[in-house]
Design a protein around this ligand. Sequence first.
Ligand SMILES: C[S@@+](CC[C@H](N)C(=O)[O-])C[C@H]1O[C@@H](n2cnc3c(N)ncnc32)[C@H](O)[C@@H]1O
Length: 284
Amino acid sequence: MDIKVSVSDWGAHELLDSGEKLKLERFGDAVVIRSEPKAWWAKSRPELWKTAHARYLDDDKKNSRWLFYKKINAPVLDFKGVKFAAKFMDGSKHLGVFPEQSPHWDFIANAAKGRQNPKLLNLFGYTGAATLVAAKNGWLATHVDASKPSVDWARNNQRLSGLEEKPIRWIVDDALKFAQREARRGSKYDAIVLDPPAFGRGPKNELWKLEKMLPQLLQACQNILSDNPLFVMMTLYSIEASALMAKNMLESFFPRLKTECGELALRGNPMPLPLSIWAVASAK
Ligand SMILES: C[S@@+](CC[C@H](N)C(=O)[O-])C[C@H]1O[C@@H](n2cnc3c(N)ncnc32)[C@H](O)[C@@H]1O
């Protein structure tokens, strides 16, 4: 039984080094230091860390913020013609894009080939990376996220990418409620992407707890998957879970599909940095 390691290979982003529970990365021209609970080892290239423009300070969670060492503008990152505007925002160490997901974007881009108007649902879509790559590559995309600011940010990325004409449905809603409502309406999708956090809230304060609610969400996904589906892709992080566990979950809900699993990692020099686990169920 294989567990694949999918390593990000995206010129706009580079992991320069990691260690001591920190990571040093380049986003476009901006070199930043952020905390990374998975980097347990020692730094390999300590001299490089002096080149950072900024560091995210989050030892004190209530007062977490960016500290700038040098002036730098937030970059716009390009993935094969899709543009993502990064932002430095106090209160979040994320810049608006998860570079380790780039192998998934390639998978989504290639999976629509040969299908007329395939429909993709992206749950927990954040700033739209998977949605915009899908739309650029022939999918009719529906994007769902609980956060209006994240959906506005995604729409801005759509404009930056020149994809205004693409048929994207932008929806601010609770992912589980939306999927269950789609099931009642009889809506169908050829592919579903889900990247649920361990814990979250819907726009009306609906509770999302992965460990408790994932089976309900996968049940709803089963009900809205078309009769001739292309894939279901699930990414998990920050929880007590394994790739095999994610695979077993997809296998139990989608027994007619072929299931694979693995980790998403950033290429490192020398150490790759594992960041999430994934499972994909796809047509045999
Ligand atoms: C880490 S992000 C997902 C990353 C994204 N898939 C990507 O690759 O860019 C998690 C997202 O889940 C959203 N979220 C949290 N709870 C939610 C809920 N109950 N329903 C819908 N979205 C939710 C958050 O607003 C956030 O944008």
